[in-house]
Design a binder for this molecule. Structure first.
Ligand code: PDD
Length: 272
């Protein structure tokens, strides 16, 4: 979908002067559509609003129009279990770092069948080279792209990003958390991470899994000493991390809390 038009993928064109091409100047969301329902749509729209506000884009974007476009796209698609991606850029203009205040947003949306999820993941560690605005879901993902490819080259699935203090912030497209004893631990939102919708969902469910929440960053050593290490995200759902840089986490298998969280997430997706 380009703005209000649904077109065949091969015909989906945006201007070469779109600011998303020149500068990655825009924001995005990825939302799960499962059995006819968009999961946590309100939370995604709220996060989008925050991203737009911090990018000085909010005044030009009609959030209800975004909602209508997403609803229309999923209802016209034949896919029942899908990942809906959309981005909103700061419009089209000849290349100039500055922007005029009368820009018009450009909107691009794709829907893909969700069918390639894996149960478990191996990860590498990689320096977190990102900027200080990681709470904004911006199109600028170059450090994430490079770290993800480093993981692939190492035969791993994801990369845990490690900041200059040796603390894990998150992964390239997921949040990271660990279970140790009866504690579910994850980096606080002040640690320059994306406020993941799946992360928030798990923190809300921790009590039902018999865990207390501790929002405190952890090191690679602490991750390796955990009972369970988990990555969470709209694309990955809840995935058990079995190895970090080739070393096993606990017995190198997906743990019971991870499995329970995943089951609860799927139930919520199907029921919401
Ligand atoms: N990524 N951290 C980062 C850096 C992410 O890009 C994502 C999501 C998450 C998890 O957030 P959520 O639970 O709201 O999906 C954490 C999406 C799926 C993507 O880039 O495709």
């Amino acid at each position: 979908m380009i703005n209000d038009e649904i077109v065949p993928l091969a015909e989906a064109m945006i201007s070469a002067h779109d600011r998303s091409i020149y500068f990655g100047d825009g924001v995005y969301e990825a939302i799960r559509y499962c059995e006819g329902k968009l999961f946590a749509m309100e939370q995604h729209l709220e996060r989008l609003k925050n991203s737009l506000r911090k990018m000085d884009m909010l005044a030009r974007v009609d959030l209800e129009q975004v909602r209508r476009r997403v609803d229309r796209a999923v209802s016209e698609s034949a896919i029942t279990d899908a990942l809906v991606y959309f981005q909103i850029s700061r419009g089209t203009a000849l290349r100039n770092h500055d922007y005029s205040d009368d820009w018009q947003p450009s909107f691009l949306l794709t829907i893909r069948a969700y069918n390639d999820r894996r149960e478990q993941a191996t990860v590498i560690t990689h320096p977190d080279w990102r900027w200080k605005g990681c709470d904004i879901k911006s199109l600028n993902l170059l450090p994430n792209v490079l770290a993800k490819h480093a993981a692939t080259k190492a035969g791993a699935y994801e990369a845990l990003l490690v900041d200059e203090n040796g603390l894990i912030t998150e992964a390239t497209s997921s949040n990271a958390m660990l279970v140790k004893g009866d504690v579910l631990q994850t980096a606080p939102l002040t640690a320059n991470i994306l406020p993941g919708i799946t992360r928030a969902f798990l923190l809300g469910l921790a009590g039902r899994v018999g865990l207390q929440v501790r929002e405190e960053s952890f090191t690679v050593e602490e991750a390796l000493a955990a009972d369970e290490l988990i990555i969470t995200g709209t694309g990955n759902e809840v995935m058990g991390v079995t190895h970090v840089d080739g070393k096993p986490v606990a017995d190198g298998k997906v743990g019971p809390c991870t499995q329970r969280f995943h089951k609860l997430l799927i139930e919520a997706m199907k029921g919401s």
